[in-house]
Design a protein around this ligand. Sequence first.
Ligand code: ADP
Length: 398
Amino acid sequence: MSEGCVLVLNCGSSSVKLALVDPATGERRLTGLAERVGSRDAVAHVRRGDREETSTPGDTTARGALAHLMGSLTDEERDTLVGVGHRVVHGGNRFSASVVVDDATLDDLYALVDLAPLHMPANLLGIETARVALPELAQVAVFDTAFHQTMPPVAYRYAVPQEWYDEHHVRRYGFHGTSHRFVSARAAEVLGRPAAELRLVVLHLGNGCSAAAVRGGESVDTTMGLTPLEGLVMGTRSGDVDPGLLGYVAERLDLDVAGVVDALNTRSGLLGLSGLSNDMRTVCDAAVAGSAPARLAVDVFCYRAAKAVGSLAVALGGLDAVVLTGGIGEHSTEVRRGIMSHLGVLGIGEDADANADHGRHTGGRVSRPGDRVAIVVPTDEELLIARDTVQLAGEVAR
Ligand code: ADP
């Protein structure tokens, strides 16, 4: 029997997502999405079960679109709410766990805007709007960075001038922490072993991609850094490049640094290499149909993900399992095959049948029986946000 639902909000720069989540079962009573927010053709979709309604917000700003989505909740749905959980991209050094938002926390969050100027204003708008609309409920912030706050200095420091760190907080933070935390805990359950004993490399492969080294349930290293641009090849992001490339390209193309960074964020990755798409399905289909650039894009993507597994196995001091998640990790047989083709050195080889079946009949396992384990574990960031929210809202109420 449900003890109430959590409204989970994910306010981004051009889209707003909302879900009414039952934290006990993971069921979504309702999901809402407003797209192209901030432009004249903003549109909102609200889904309950199989029924989807599409509408146009009167006010197409992010604030208006969020109010529009929240206004679609029935009185009955509002009455089930026990708290509001917010996905917040950056918690800096300040937040190593989820937190109930009060006035002081909000000040701390505004102080972090410089670390993620594209995302934090939208996240904060979501919190401010929900506080006004649902003042009786606890508002809980769940940070993408928090799980990685356990990284040791040897993993999070860049070899740059000390004052950059002291005065400007230049260090590696890591992102996708909610997914890495959810998936690593779930992997321990699936493997039937205590999380405290396990050394896992989690590959979160979606539009954004990152890998994390999780030892004893804690993140000890990850591939994303000060910003989500570092590390693996992604849909439109380059991942690691030589920092010397910035000056070289800026001069050649007569761009400023911001222009080069924008190209690395929005025109690189799978899109840049394939010249076709940032979507792995499209790129894989083109590769199979014979496109050489698309083939190279898939190959570079897999090679770089496999290299990250190797380096994170070093960070862990050993490896018990590789865990694959995110839209690509969960659904792409070809990408998993490509990654595992490089992992023989770590004792991991593909079980072709299990991999073609996405591990559905092997408890998630896609590696050969007897090999070191590679498993598919679906992520559910909204569910973890809902669980944190219920827990913290309960503590406030006591
Ligand atoms: P986000 O990071 O925005 O949450 P997802 O985790 O849903 O995104 O991942 C999106 C990526 O997953 C896209 O590149 C998409 O092509 C890829 N993907 C989803 N299903 C498949 C599939 N069956 N085969 C290959 N790639 C897939």
